[in-house]
Ligand binder design. Structure first.
Ligand code: SF4
Ligand code: FES
Length: 241
């Protein structure tokens, strides 16, 4: 079956502005949008630039803006779009490197800011740090994050405040704050307790709507806020409460 791909093209080194180019592609309706992009790149235009790695919705590198919303190109079956017109653009609010590839640098810098690793300095009694099923279940959802950046791109606050940590970094923060083995909650909570952290979230829920792994970052942000307001002598914006 033939599909019409309308793909945003832009090379900042030579183009004045982004434009859409049209490609007609023969594809099985059960193929993915990523399959279509590969076919275009291999058979029609080798200069088309996009990012992908696993092709299995695991690496998070193929997040794009497809037919009006954020999706993983490798997870989007063409038939599910219910149209023969497929419009593909880069993740909004991120700087375009070329065509569909965007600069994920600021996104990952913000994830790094919240100490995205287990802090466990004490020596466990038997050399292990076991977790009960309930303790593991408490962080199950956040562990599924594949760092695709869809939630970050969909968040209007990210567009308004370039220093806002954003939904993915805050979800990662709660992934460790909520981990029964972690001993860094105090420091991590201090890192998100400012006007560019949890308090900047306006609970708009765009992040939840677009997440390809069905994660609810807004919920994690609310959990962080709860932990902060329950601290015995909590400090907000640097002032003692
Ligand atoms: S929370 Fe969801 S949308 Fe956000 S980076 Fe993780 S997987 Fe992607
Ligand atoms: S290519 Fe890895 S998530 Fe799509």
């Amino acid at each position: 079956m033939q599909f019409k791909f309308h793909i945003q093209r832009y090379d900042p080194s030579s183009d004045w502005a982004p434009r859409f180019e049209r490609y007609l592609v023969e594809l099985d309706p059960l193929a993915t949008v990523l399959d279509g992009l590969h076919k275009i790149q291999e058979q029609q235009d080798g200069s088309l630039c996009f990012r992908r790695s696993c092709r299995s919705a695991i690496c998070g590198s193929c997040a794009m803006y497809i037919n009006g919303t954020h999706r993983l190109a490798c997870k989007t079956i063409i038939k599910s779009l219910r149209t023969k017109n497929i419009k593909v653009g880069p993740l909004p609010r991120l700087t375009i490197i070329k065509d569909l590839a965007v600069d994920m640098g600021p996104f990952f810098e913000k994830v790094e800011r919240i100490m995205p690793y287990l802090v466990a300095n004490s020596s466990p009694p038997k050399g292990e740090r076991p977790q009960s099923i309930e303790e593991r279940r408490a962080i199950n959802e956040m562990i599924d994050c594949i760092m695709c950046g869809a939630c970050y791109s969909a968040c209007p606050i990210v567009g308004l405040d370039k220093d806002y940590l954003g939904p993915a970094a805050l979800t990662k923060a709660y992934r460790f704050v909520g981990d029964s083995r972690d001993e860094g909650a105090g420091e991590r909570l201090s890192l998100v307790n400012n006007q560019h952290g949890v308090w900047r979230c306006h609970t708009i829920f765009n992040c939840q709507k677009v997440c390809p792994k069905s994660i609810n970052p807004t919920w994690s942000i609310q959990q962080l806020k709860k932990r902060l307001t329950r601290r015995p002598s909590w400090v907000i914006f640097g002032r003692k409460g």
